[in-house]
Design a binder for this molecule. Sequence first.
Ligand code: FE2
Ligand code: FE2
Length: 166
Amino acid sequence: MLSKKIEEALNKQLNFEIESAHIYLAMSGYFGDLGLDGFKNFFDVQYEEELAHAKKFMNFIIEKGGRVNITGFESPKNDYESIMEVFKISLEHEREVTARIYDLVDLTKEEREHSTESFLQWFVDEQVEEEATFEDIINKLKLLDGVGTYLLDRELAERTLEEIAE
Ligand SMILES: [Fe+2]
Ligand SMILES: [Fe+2]
């Protein structure tokens, strides 16, 4: 049995995982539009992963004799200024998810709902990975940005006054 409070909190997170999936699907669409198939693939996988998280919550609620409640969803952001912006928003989003999971764990401790607390431990660990994945890509993008600037700098250094005269 789940208390109403825990059931509602689990349903809220279940819906937030689906919302996360939509956010990443929109990002996949953005990269598809840019023709960056690798980035698109990354977010397609991320989308599937968030749906799998949602399913985990759904199955747990059912197993505990609770009632699943699917709601409407916020529209995700579909347009971005840059590749970096996409990853920065993703990292911020994952930090928000982590904060919500922690709040949920706090609630289970208050209510002495040990089985839900144990169930949530998987998500506590998963969030470490999720944040690290996006932090890692942001760091790589920063490094690549440096290389790009370096290459462009070399190219621009080749320019001579003759070219203008021609
Ligand atoms: Fe998730
Ligand atoms: Fe996630």
